[in-house]
Ligand binder design. Structure first.
Ligand code: NAD
Length: 366
């Protein structure tokens, strides 16, 4: 099998962390005899500067014909104010990709690394061993609603709104992937909503409950209100396996879960359009770190590449089916951290390339 990969560095630190991860890909793919066909292109701000659009039609075509996209990050002060005609997906090259590829199930993995326990805001005994996934619904809800707008009234006052709407079909397909992810882990799901307040939350709870009971009776399911879920995630992070959340709650809870790992720069993600019971995904998937373009440190070569490198590991697991190779990359990151290799955000002095070198050296040694 030859894996078709499209790498889109994007903006800020995005191209820096993607370049580092591609060096890991070379070594990892070679170790398992995996062939890949790599192409690169511009996304969002970088595309805007060169082509005057956030994503070119030919980039979109190439993305659709790829097995996997490796995306760095998009956005920045130079482009955040630009408003394009059309829905939310037109305002951002990455949102456009998520929308067009319909990668509605975003898997965000956070774990406590032994070497970084004292870099977290937690007591070591509270966070040690934490290993969880926040599943974020990625193509619906308030972030993609058509019912959005801003009105200016005659008296000068204003009203703005973004409707948090979900259909049962959107919740069903997302819940199924979430339960499948749980089956590949410890088979425990906590679904998060505000069913006590929002009607959309009531539907969310009913549909997740129905899918869980009828199709995944082997998976343990609990329902938490989102505010309590956030609190419990602080108090007992080790209690969670898979959290199912809508687009907005998932956005918040996944950044919160980064505190467990010691830095936002440590978190990977996989955005999927399907996940079979066993084996590899068939549709095009996007693999990207959870962090943004970090304009405050861009261009200095100090960004932590681990979130991107672990996203690459997720690509090897989900798209290539090379699960052992994925585990080996995670093991190499763990070993590098245990040897004291670290970027500034996690208390070290290494630059992006040196951190990637440390991971590659440990990968070779395992
Ligand atoms: P951010 O994630 O870019 O940065 C938040 C903080 O974390 C900053 O202090 C940054 O320096 C630090 N940080 C993030 N990644 C790091 C890494 N790999 N290594 C070391 N430190 C790291 O969030 P923000 O500042 O709110 O947003 C900046 C831009 O990124 C905005 O334009 C926003 O819209 C965009 N954004 C993009 C994505 C994405 O592409 N998926 C996600 C979030 C934000």
């Amino acid at each position: 099998m030859t894996l078709k990969i499209l790498a889109l560095g994007g903006d800020g630190i995005g191209p820096e962390v993607v370049a580092a991860a591609l060096r890991v890909l070379d070594v990892a793919a070679h170790s398992v005899g995996l062939d890949f066909d790599l192409s690169e292109d511009l996304l969002h701000g970088a595309a805007w500067e060169k082509y005057g659009c956030f994503i070119r039609p030919q980039t979109l075509d190439k993305a659709k014909a790829s097995d996997a996209l490796l995306v760095g990050a998009t956005g920045g002060p130079a482009w955040d104010h630009i408003i394009i005609d059309g829905g939310p997906e037109e305002q951002d090259g990455l949102m456009k990709l998520r929308h067009e590829l319909d990668v509605f199930a975003c898997v965000r993995h956070a774990r406590a690394w032994d070497a970084l326990l004292d870099k977290t805001p937690f007591r070591a005994q509270t966070v040690r061993g934490a290993d969880l996934v926040v599943m974020r619904e990625l193509c619906g809800g308030a972030m993609f609603t058509r019912t959005r707008g801003r009105e200016i009234h005659a008296d000068g006052s204003q009203r703005a709104f973004d409707l948090n709407e979900y259909s049962s079909a959107e919740i069903e397909r997302f819940a199924r992937v979430g339960f499948e992810v749980a089956r590949r882990r410890r088979s425990q799901v906590v679904s998060v909503d505000k069913a006590n307040v929002f009607i959309a939350g009531k539907l969310w709870r009913e549909v997740v409950d129905e899918i869980g009971k009828s199709e995944f009776p082997d998976v343990e399911l609990a329902h938490f209100y989102a505010d309590n879920a956030s609190y419990q995630l602080c108090c007992q992070p080790t209690a969670f396996d898979v959290i199912l959340a809508d687009n907005l709650f998932g956005d918040l809870l996944s950044d919160q879960s980064a505190a467990i790992a010691g830095s936002l720069g440590m978190l990977p993600s996989a955005s999927l359009a399907d996940l079979p019971r066993t084996g590899r995904v068939q549709g095009t998937a996007i693999y990207e770190p959870v962090h943004g373009s970090a304009p405050d440190i861009a261009g200095r070569g100090i960004a932590n590449p681990v979130g991107m490198i672990l996203s690459l590991a997720m690509m090897l697991e989900y798209t290539a089916g090379e699960v052992n190779c994925a585990r080996k990359i995670e093991g190499a990151v763990d070993a590098a951290l245990n040897m004291g290799h670290a970027t500034r955000d996690i208390g070290g002095t290494l630059g992006t390339d040196a951190m990637a070198d440390a991971v590659i050296a440990q990968f070779r040694a395992l």
